[in-house]
Design a protein around this ligand. Structure first.
Ligand SMILES: NC(=O)c1ccc[n+]([C@@H]2O[C@H](COP(=O)([O-])OP(=O)(O)OC[C@H]3O[C@@H](n4cnc5c(N)ncnc54)[C@H](OP(=O)(O)O)[C@@H]3O)[C@@H](O)[C@H]2O)c1
Length: 237
């Protein structure tokens, strides 16, 4: 399918947290291909295979659990980009652990990685979006937030928090022309998932590029009427 007919993002300035992971990297490429300038932020350092260019800024060592450091990183990205139109909160992580064999520390870690990062990201970007008079925020939730399987409690609870954050912030910002939505993937076709589930039929999983296309739509002009949505993007799982 030609991207010339797909959601265009010419001139948009977009921050992506968790930008060096599997989805973040694919998303950066898709958004830049559609005309955006993108700042990928991550707690990790840029991986060797990922190179910056005129459309892709890379900032490592940014911990989205550190509020002050995140505000400084967002402000610096806004200075380089010339303002910010949108944020995609990709930073997150997964743990499978039963209650009987597990630790409450896992619940704290899932909350910090998935929900706290999204709250801090949203608070860091809001002054920039309000200065623009419009904007977009897309959070990455999870289909498991709607019904958790065994061992998925800590992760699903944190992602359910991302869904409630999405809804509450969308309501809060309806007067500001800033939309807030979440996508809810099931299993993304990443190298980590292929390694963890070698016998699974990965053709049923959603690819990072396909998920990035859905996110690009929510970021585009066509996505303007949608806010407060938690959109399942589950491929054929
Ligand atoms: N993969 C799936 O099947 C799947 C399914 C549903 C939802 N999701 C969600 O989709 C998102 C992306 O998944 P993915 O597979 O691309 O994960 P990933 O490859 O692990 O990428 C996530 C990135 O976020 C970074 N990160 C974690 N905590 C951070 C923090 N405090 N500050 C800044 N960056 C931080 C990670 O760094 P480190 O590696 O150094 O921790 C990593 O680079 C996540 O929110 C995940 O929960 C994934």
């Amino acid at each position: 399918m030609s991207t010339t007919l797909s959601s265009q993002l010419q001139g948009r300035h977009i921050i992506v947290t968790g930008g060096f992971g599997a989805l973040g990297r694919a998303l950066g490429a898709v958004l830049a291909e559609r005309g955006a300038r993108v700042a990928l932020l991550d707690v990790a350092e840029p991986p060797a295979g990922l190179q910056p260019n005129a459309r892709l800024l890379l900032r490592g060592g940014v911990d989205l659990n550190d509020g002050a450091a995140s505000v400084a990183a967002f402000d610096a990205a806004a200075d380089v980009l010339g303002g910010v139109d949108a944020l995609v909160n990709v930073a997150g992580g997964f743990a499978w652990e039963t209650l009987s064999g597990g630790s409450v520390a896992t619940w704290d870690r899932m909350y910090e990685m998935n929900l706290r990062t999204a709250v801090i990201g949203a608070q860091a970007v809001l002054p920039h979006l309000k200065a623009r008079g419009a904007g977009r925020i897309v959070n990455i939730g999870a289909l498991a937030s709607q019904k958790a399987g065994g061992g998925m409690g800590a992760y699903a609870a944190a992602k359910a928090g991302v869904a409630r954050l999405t809804e509450a912030l969308a309501e809060e910002l309806k007067g500001d022309a800033i939309t807030v939505n979440a996508v809810l993937p099931s299993i993304i076709d990443t190298p980590a998932n292929r390694a963890a589930m070698p016998d699974a039929d990965c053709t049923r999983w959603v690819s990072p590029q396909a998920l990035a296309g859905v996110i690009a739509f929510l970021l585009s002009d066509e996505g303007a009427p949608i806010t407060g949505a938690c959109l399942p993007v589950a491929g054929r799982v």
